[in-house]
Each structure stands twice: as C-alpha cells, then as structure tokens.
Write a protein that binds this ligand. Structure first.
Ligand code: NAX
Ligand code: K
Length: 481
C-alpha cells in the first residue's frame, strides 16, 4: 500500500534513475486501455472524461490505444488550463492526430451521452477536498449512467493520502491503479487492478532525490516547530559534539543545545556562536549527571548521544542509564553505540555505526552490499531499532523496511564526517520517521561530500560539509511534473 505522497517519492526516484514520469504515464495509459478491452468489445462506445492534471493525462494516452472503439474524449476545462507539461503534450498529440476531442467549459455544458464504458480520469492523487465544479456534475452523471465506470488510479473523489471518499465522489465499477494499491481502495468493494507501470524496485530501495520531497517547512511555523535537538557529547573530545550540533542546525533544526562537561564547554562554544551550551560538572559524563540530562532531553524532539563522549566505564554506564530512562527519539553514535545491545529502553533509537562499530554491537557485515543489507535488516529486527550502517553504500533499516544510499566517496573516510551525519539525522528525526530521517541524512551528507570533492578534489575535512547541507536538502530541481 502506498499513499499518494509516497507514490510521488517513488516516481521522482524513478526519474532520478532515468525513467521519467512521461514514460510512466505511457505505461499507465496503456494499462487502462487493456482494462477497457476487458470490459467492452471493439466498436462499443467509450467516453474518456479527463481532468487537467496527470490523472487526465493518463487517460489521454489511453485514447491512442482505443482506435477500434467508438471513442469520445471530454476535457474538463480549457486546454490552456492543463496543469502539467506531459499531460498537455498528450492532449496536443490527440489534436494533431485528429482524435474526436471536446472541451467542457463549465458544468452546464457537460453531456455524458450513453457510452458503454466511461473512463473516469478527472482526479487522482492530486485531489484536495470534495469535488468542485465541473467535476462534481460530471461525477454525478457518471454515477447515474448505465455505463460501466472505469476509474484511473482512484475513483475521482477518493483522497489517496487518507483513504477518505468524498460524499460526491464517482461511484465506480472498476479501478486500475498503478504500481501499488492506495489507501481507501480496499474498502470500495469493486475490482481493483494494480498495474505494473515499469517503476524499478530500485526506486523504492535506493534513496534518491525523490526522498527529499518528504521535507516540508510550514511557512507559518514558529521557533521550535522545526525541531529541537539535545546533543550530549564531549569530554575527551570537543570537535565531535560541535560538528554534530552545527550539522543539526544546517539540517533544519530550530534550536540545538549541547550538554557537555563544564571543562570543555567554553571551547565548544568558541567553535560557533549558534550553539547553546548546557554544561554539567566535571570532565566526563558519569551516572550522577543522568537524572538532569534525562529531564533536559525530555524537553527536546531528539536526543543525540555519543559524539566525543569517550569510552570511560563511568561514561558508558551513564549512557546506559540515560537510554533506560529516556522515552523519546535518540540518535546514538560513536562510543555510545556499544551500550545499545545491553540495555532495555522505551526510546526509539537510530543507531549510526560504521561497520567496525556494528560488529562491536554484535552485528555482522559482508562485502557484497546486498548481503550486507540482509544482515543489517535482521540485526535491526533483533534490536527492534533503526540502524544506519555507514559504508560505500549506506544501509538503513528498521527491520521491516530497508533502504540503501549510494552517495558519498572515499574522501569522506576522514574524521568528523560521522558526527556531521549524526547531526543531520538528529535534526531530521525531529520531523520525520526514524527510517526516513536516517535515509535522507545519509543521502544528503554523501551528496554534499560528492559536491565538495567534485569542486576541490580529495582532502575534504568535516567542516567543509556543513555549509552545503541546506543546498542539498532543499534543492528543488524536480525534472518531472
Ligand atoms: N505519481 C506517479 O508516480 C504517477 C502518477 N500518475 C498519474 O498522475 C495522477 C496525479 O496527477 P496530478 O498530481 O497532476 O493530480 P491530479 O490529476 O489528480 O489532479 C490535479 C488537478 O486537480 C485539481 N483539483 C484538486 N482538487 C480538486 C477538487 N477537489 N475538485 C476539482 N479539482 C481539483 C488541481 O487544481 C489540479 O489541476 C495520479 O493519480 C496518476 O493517475 C501516472 O501517470 C503514473 C505515475
Ligand atoms: K480518477
């Protein structure tokens, strides 16, 4: 089952892999034509009712496969109101080839006639709310007619995000949906055909730019709405928590606080005036600090635990105590990782080990990335947590879903890049599901590293990555419509 927006992610990923949406539209249109053939004989009357988006575009393709039918094509609205390039190109193809098309200027001009089959292609995943005019009038006419109604993707009026069926939705007889079923379709009690439209499995496995379409920033949002991250780190090291915290800010978090031992607080602050410090006594994390840190962490959307903490026994004991008390979402990195397999926690963890750290946690690795993906998936299932295992191909799994991010390059084996990745993951985990946060973070940090190395060659240092994070995260260079 895929929601409309998940379908948008997948088809943008397909475009990134070289299968643009116009090709998918051709496959969709053809699949609908095959369904028409199963419902009506050549010579029967078929009327296509097309809306102005890509749902209509699919059916404009269908028309070209129905030359041996008594065909009518009705476009709801003016041709210049067609909202996407690929749908318009398919409309123009019908004009050039002199297909019998008509445009319906308003609801009063809509006449369905008495076709044997009507193809409902008014609205698909782009719908918002109940049907407006002229779609509402057209829907009523279809629902009342004796024609067999074949809906494209979803019956017009079904919201594929929520599964809600509008009161004035088309009363359909048959649905051809694409790639996977959609929310609401199983409840309809009509035959639903799921058509394979040639989207490669890789579009769901690999993290690609389509995954970035999950990111939204509400224009009306206030400070804090986009996430508050608490980094607990530092002591033996100061650079790691500072990098992670700055990366969390670049990853879109509104507020990032760093809880660290007092002796290193001034030094960490000196790296950036954007950081807010919450020092605790001493020179390393230890069990007496845990209660206060647990309270502080509870006021944040994400806890990022590990960067620069070191592996003193008292520190690792405190990490275990803190995770045992914490009930929110935590990104666990570096020395803190070794504690995870030995504790009980109600927290939702995103663990970000490299392969050596994974083995120390009790996980297994393999040379072939496909084998590694299987091993990571089963270890994530054992832990019942999300893993982001770093490598030439990063493997992200929550034990059920597994994603692979292929960005990045050998220049990124330098120290500190893992802290940047943990920081971006922490920021995104404030606003995304753990697996999506980890997948987008891995893709983004790798892409930034690729850009830096393209520009300047190897010799990259972790701070080089910080500035480039927003550009990758918020790029909007979608090629398809
Ligand atoms: N995402 C994908 O991977 C693919 C999508 N395809 C098709 O593209 C469709 C989605 O296309 P679009 O995103 O262009 O969206 P739609 O074609 O579903 O609808 C967009 C249009 O509907 C109008 N609209 C929205 N709510 C309305 C309402 N309540 N009453 C009247 N008009 C309303 C909008 O102003 C816009 O013009 C899918 O359902 C599917 O049929 C296929 O071509 C294959 C691949
Ligand atoms: K439809």
């Amino acid at each position: 089952m895929l929601t409309g927006s998940e379908m948008g992610v997948v088809d943008e990923n397909a475009a990134a892999l070289g299968v643009p949406r116009k090709q998918l539209m051709e496959s969709s249109g053809h699949a609908v034509a095959r369904a028409v053939r199963a419902l009506a004989d050549p010579g029967d009357a078929v009327t296509v009712v097309a809306g102005r988006g890509n749902n209509g575009g699919d059916a404009l393709v269908t028309a070209r496969f129905l030359d041996d039918y008594d065909l009518h094509v009705l476009l709801l609205g003016r041709p210049d109101a067609i909202s996407t390039t690929i749908a318009r190109e398919n409309w123009e193809a019908l004009q050039h080839a002199e297909y019998p098309t008509e445009t319906v200027k308003d609801a009063s001009a809509f006449e369905l006639g008495t076709p044997d089959v009507v193809v409902d292609a008014m609205l698909g995943t782009g719908i918002a709310g109940d049907l407006r005019e002229p779609e509402a009038t057209a829907a009523a006419a279809m629902s009342e007619s004796d024609a067999t109604v074949l809906s494209v993707d979803v019956p017009s009026g079904l919201d594929a995000e929520t599964g809600r069926l509008a009161d004035n939705a088309v009363d359909t007889d048959h649905v051809v949906t694409f790639h996977d079923t959609k929310p609401g379709l199983p409840d309809l009690d009509v035959p639903v055909t799921v058509a394979d439209i040639g989207i490669p499995d890789a579009a769901e496995l690999f993290v690609e730019r389509g995954d970035l379409t999950r990111l939204e920033r509400d224009p009306a949002s206030h400070k804090g709405d986009n996430g508050e991250v608490l980094v607990v780190g530092g002591g033996p090291y100061t650079g790691a928590p500072a990098l992670a915290a700055q990366a969390a800010l670049r990853g879109g978090a509104d507020l990032v606080r760093v809880a660290c031992p007092t002796v290193v607080a001034r030094e960490i602050q000196s790296y950036s005036e954007n950081l807010i410090l919450r020092p605790f006594d001493g020179d390393h994390l230890a069990p007496p600090h845990v209660d206060r840190l647990a309270d502080l962490a509870a006021d944040h959307d994400t806890l990022l635990l590990g960067p620069g903490l070191g592996d003193a026994d008292a520190t690792l004991e405190a990490v275990g105590d803190l995770l045992a008390e914490f009930e929110g979402t935590a990104v666990v990195d570096a020395d803190a990782l070794s504690v995870v397999p030995n504790i009980e926690t109600d927290a939702e963890l995103i663990c970000t080990p490299h392969q050596g750290e994974l083995r120390d946690m009790g996980g297994e690795t393999a040379d072939d990335w496909r084998d590694r993906a299987d091993l990571v998936e089963s270890f994530a299932a054992d832990l019942d947590q999300t893993l982001l295992v770093k490598g030439p191909y990063d493997i992200i799994s929550d034990g059920e879903r597994t994603r692979v991010s292929r960005t990045g390059n050998p220049g990124m084996t330098v120290g500190g890049t893992g802290d940047v990745l943990a920081g971006v993951t922490g920021a995104l985990a404030c606003v995304q599901d753990p697996i999506d946060a980890a997948a987008i973070a891995a893709y983004t940090v790798g892409s930034v590293g690729d850009r830096v190395v393209d520009d300047r060659g190897y010799g990259l240092v972790a701070t080089d990555l910080l500035d480039g994070i927003p550009q990758v995260l918020w790029q909007r260079e979608a090629t398809a419509e």
